[in-house]
Design a protein around this ligand. Structure first.
Ligand code: SAH
Length: 258
């Protein structure tokens, strides 16, 4: 038996409507034509984070270009739970892992922040975006987290929305075990953010400020100090399992509370 052909899914920005061809980027066209050896009439999946996933037929144009025309909706658009990841900038490869895993686990927004003890090289926004898109393409997702430009932790806390809770991953160990703390907080059905620090941890002033905010839930991720990337991924998994959609499945966009 010949090997099964891989189902290719591509993320695009354009609206997806049946019969309306979408011009793919040069990189996507190259990938389809030269790497995956696809040609006219072959089918791929297209999604844009708004219109669900569509089966689309590709048509090559000239030597390099390619369009894909949606003809059948194969996955309705669903909403990612209202969770942000606020993570201190860390070393590039580790931040890339965090962005990839955050996309897989399901967060709406990723806010990289600079904290007092942050000691990391500048972030490569485009590369991180490409990583989150690739994760969504690979994992059958219909949404990609929004990636924001880095800002100071102080600034983001200054304008913090009153209703959004903060799952503060506090390496001091003073907080309750995350799963227990989340189980009592889950009933509120609030929007949330998971907050993790840099390799050097949070400064005493940052910690004091966070603990003074009514939105903060300080938690421990166990008796061992985790590296920042492990902490972010673990906290997201815990949040998703207790407050997210692991038991209910994804929520169709139309059924979301306004
Ligand atoms: N170097 C610091 C630890 C920083 S770990 C120290 O030795 O104390 C990086 C970040 O991961 C922390 O700021 C925290 O947000 C998170 N983290 C790591 N281990 C944790 C734990 N056991 N509980 C809660 N958060 C933790």
């Amino acid at each position: 038996m010949p090997p099964m052909r891989e189902h290719i899914r591509l993320y695009v920005n354009a609206p997806l409507c049946p019969g309306e061809g979408v011009v793919l980027s040069r990189e996507q066209a190259h990938y389809l034509r030269k790497v995956m050896r696809r040609s006219d009439g072959d089918r791929i999946g297209l999604f844009n984070g708004r219109d669900g996933e569509w089966r689309a037929i590709i048509q090559t144009q000239g030597k390099q270009d390619c369009t894909a025309t949606p003809h059948e909706l194969i996955q309705p658009q669903t909403a990612t739970p209202d969770l942000w990841l606020i993570c201190a900038l860390i070393k590039r490869t580790r931040l890339e892992i965090v962005a990839e895993k955050a996309a897989e686990l399901g967060v709406r927004e990723i806010h990289p922040v600079l904290t007092e003890y942050t000691n990391a090289p500048p972030m490569k926004v485009e590369r991180l975006c490409a990583i989150t898109i690739e994760a969504a393409e690979q994992c059958g997702l219909v949404s990609v987290p929004k990636l924001l430009a880095p800002e100071k932790l102080q600034t983001i806390l200054d304008g913090w929305p009153a209703e959004r809770r903060i799952l503060f991953c506090d390496e001091s160990g003073a907080g309750k075990a995350a799963i227990i703390a989340l189980q009592s907080a889950a009933r509120e059905r609030a929007p949330w953010a998971v907050l993790t620090g840099p390799e050097g941890g949070f400064s005493p002033a940052e910690r004091a400020r966070l603990l003074s905010m009514p939105q903060t839930l300080a938690v421990s991720l166990g008796p061992r100090i985790l590296r920042a990337d492990t902490a972010a991924i673990s906290a997201l998994a815990l949040w998703q399992s207790v407050c997210g959609d692991w038991d209910t499945g994804p929520v169709a966009l139309a059924d979301q509370p306004v």
